[in-house]
Ligand binder design. Structure first.
Ligand code: ATP
Ligand code: MG
Length: 419
């Protein structure tokens, strides 16, 4: 018998799933307020979509994807992130023909073959936002403000927003040359992976976690000095919008992001209290992605936030989550007839959005009440012979201990007392 979930996966239930539900509800409400529409794309896509959309040289495509041949011998990949699928759908459904910008959000499972550790799983969930059709700094700032507001609503205050600009393609090419020249002189000290990066994409060296490499990186030229006039001005505008919204940030030239497609703005919300995997939310602008996937040039900006990491940050912040699952009323019963009556009453209450339970195990009244207590029932009622005869029963407030006699069939008359 298999009694263990695959490595890097987990089950959510009880208290933990209630935390997730609470975040999911907060997100749905948040996205109404920002006026973004939800998009749900398949869990798997053609492998090529991620090779092109995420980038062939990224860790994700090189090492982390769950790729397999299906029975029709097509190469299929479980989505490692949410952006590529959303961008594919944007093109497939010609959303560019709608009034622009297109504002989308998703909550989706993602799959990456990584070494599992705190905050790093093989199946995890991302909340993400995609804004297509605007190249303006206002769009970058709006997207960042979504993440800021979400973390605020979740009570996650122990995070810092880091922003940076990677410039346009030209700036980036220029900067990569500068980096190449700089890192060449440290050939003997760089780790093996970074030597490879030096050939393919020197920018990626800035992201290396190896302590030796980190030391060399500290003295590396800053991308901000390599920006041309337009990119510099865009970045300054983003900052002006953020200041206007009162969103604190630090400019951090060390933020380069793992994906190939970023241009200009990149950002991360980092929590120092949840260990090495401190990035709860990461994103930026990717003005060439849509083109890369075969569309016409379309600017885009967005982010992905790991829901699991947000929960770790919430727990670290001691943030309030409304995680109790309130049971308004438990209707106990004695005997077969009363049991039918209790179940009918509970059914009618539920139809009026009152959470209610009755006995399903034929237990004694004493055992039923013990169960009601464990479930944290706010009110209880017991139906027996006398109650059925008189049509009256005691509605007991479990917190105060007070009881009131009510005509239990006449729900309208007493339901207000439950709230
Ligand atoms: P990291 O530096 O942690 O590997 P990344 O650059 O690979 O992150 P992105 O691809 O930008 O991450 O994904 C966005 C967010 O998704 C991350 O900031 C994180 O919150 C979450 N995330 C990424 N990978 C995992 C994972 N394996 N397990 C849990 N959450 C993850
Ligand atoms: Mg990663």
């Amino acid at each position: 018998m298999i009694t263990q979930a695959p490595r890097g996966t987990y089950d959510l239930y009880g208290e933990q799933v209630r935390k997730w539900q609470s975040i999911e509800r907060t997100i749905v409400r948040l996205m109404q307020d920002f006026h973004y529409g939800e998009i749900r794309t398949p869990v798997f896509e053609h492998t090529e979509l991620f090779q092109r959309g995420v980038g062939d040289t990224t860790d994700i495509v090189q090492k982390e994807m769950y790729t397999f041949l299906d029975k029709g011998h097509r190469s299929i990949t479980l989505k490692p992130e949410g952006t590529a699928g959303a961008a594919r759908a944007y093109l497939e459904h010609k959303m560019f023909a709608d009034p622009q910008p297109t504002k989308l959000y998703y909550m989706t499972p993602c799959f990456r073959y990584e070494k599992p550790q705190a905050g790093r799983d093989r199946q995890f969930s991302q909340f993400g936002v995609e804004l297509y059709g605007s190249a303006e700094a206002a769009a970058d700032a709006e997207v960042i403000s979504i993440a800021h507001e979400l973390l605020k609503r979740l009570g996650i205050r122990n995070v810092t927003l880091h922003i940076n600009s990677l410039g346009c393609r030209d700036c980036r090419a220029r900067y990569n040359e500068q980096l190449k020249a700089y890192f060449e002189s440290y050939r003997n000290d760089l780790c093996e992976t970074c030597l490879e990066r030096l050939e393919r994409n020197p920018l990626r060296i800035l992201d290396c976690k190896n302590p030796e490499c980190r030391k060399i990186v500290e003295e590396a030229p800053s991308v901000l000095d390599a920006l041309d006039e337009e990119c510099r001005s865009h970045f300054e505008n983003v900052q002006a919008y953020l200041r206007g919204m009162g969103i604190p940030f630090v400019v951090d030239p060390g933020i380069v992001r793992g994906l190939d497609y970023y241009t200009r703005t990149v950002f991360e919300f980092v929590c120092d209290e949840i260990g090495a995997q401190g990035t709860v939310c990461a994103g930026g602008r990717y003005d060439h992605l849509i083109e890369e996937l075969g569309g016409s040039p379309t600017p885009a900006v967005g982010f992905g936030a790991g829901i699991g990491r947000m929960i770790l940050a919430m727990e670290a912040a001691g943030g309030e989550t409304q995680t109790s699952s309130p049971l308004d009323l438990y209707v106990g019963s004695m005997g077969d007839k009363a049991s039918i009556e209790a179940s009918s009453l509970v059914y009618r209450l539920r139809a009026q959005n009152i959470s209610a339970e009755s006995d399903l195990l034929g237990r004694s009244v004493k055992a039923q009440m013990k169960y009601a207590n464990k479930q944290g029932a706010r009110f209880t009622m017991i139906l027996g012979e006398t109650e059925l005869e008189t049509g009256k029963a005691a509605l007991k407030n479990m917190e105060s201990g007070e009881s009131r006699t009510v005509e239990f069939q006449n729900i309208q008359e007493w339901r207000n007392q439950l709230s």
